[in-house]
Design a protein around this ligand. Structure first.
Ligand SMILES: [Zn+2]
Length: 246
């Protein structure tokens, strides 16, 4: 499966990286990813994945674009107000690369749903969806790239409990749903912090697909936008975890 002249031209800056190269671009073309959430994290994440030539991308979201989203959801413009986010983002990805297979699923991810991607991107804004997605990834041996942003801070982790023996799952990091979990609607968030977080999620996904570098498996990247500081926590599998040690 050789690269076409269009692909060589399009992906030249990735081909030049020895950690990706032509074989990495071919792996990206064969990869399938489900992006759960087409908002402030899923938007930049999906844009970079499409630009990198990820062959199959599924976008899940039941929401519609509102004017108050435009402060951070840079995948949308004023004319998209009222449009279904999953469909509008899928159309935007097609504009980037018409050769990709992009599907929009205009539904909220719920327990019992089965995203098709071999890598699942948790770009949701609510804990029930995060927990359900973590459970699905663990049971079905999928990699989970998870991100969150609030206020001036963001965090990103890769959860591989269903794939690598001993790797922690999302619930090893967040054992229980916080009683009064804040969603982005209720608290402020600095727009670029969501962009940094979503871009870091895309970067981790590209690393997982191509094998470049060290993915954030068993680690959490913490982004502090106000301090201008980034740090990484190490995370172990929780022997009391209700999911991965059950
Ligand atoms: Zn766990």
């Amino acid at each position: 499966m050789n690269l076409t002249p269009d692909e060589i031209d399009r992906h030249r800056r990735h081909i030049l990286l020895k950690e990706i190269g032509g074989p990495g671009v071919q792996k990206l073309r064969r990869a399938s990813v489900s992006v759960i959430g087409a908002g402030a994290l899923g938007g930049p994440c999906a844009l970079y994945l499409a630009a990198a030539g990820v062959g199959r991308i599924e976008i899940w979201d039941d929401d519609h674009v509102e004017r108050s989203n435009l402060q951070r959801q840079i995948q949308f413009g004023a004319a998209d107000t009222g449009a279904a986010k999953a469909e509008r983002l899928a159309a935007r990805l097609k504009e980037i690369d018409p050769a990709l297979t992009i599907s929009a699923i205009p539904r909220r991810f719920q327990p019992g749903d089965a995203p098709a991607g071999e890598i699942l991107i948790d770009a949701t804004d609510n804990f029930p969806a995060r927990f359900a997605l973590n459970r699905f990834a663990h049971i079905n041996h999928r990699l989970l790239v998870s991100g969150a942003a609030s206020g001036w801070t963001g965090q990103v982790g890769v959860f591989a409990s269903g794939v690598h023996n001993g790797a922690p799952c999302y619930q090893c990091w967040v054992p229980e749903m916080p009683p009064a979990a804040e969603a982005c609607d209720e608290v402020g968030v600095a727009g670029p912090v969501t962009g940094i977080t979503g871009s870091a999620m895309a970067l981790e996904t590209i690393k997982l697909i191509t094998g470049a570098g060290e993915a954030l498996v068993g680690r959490i990247l913490l982004i502090d936008g106000l301090a201008g500081a980034y740090r990484t926590l190490h995370l172990r599998r929780d022997p009391e975890c209700p999911l991965c040690n059950a």
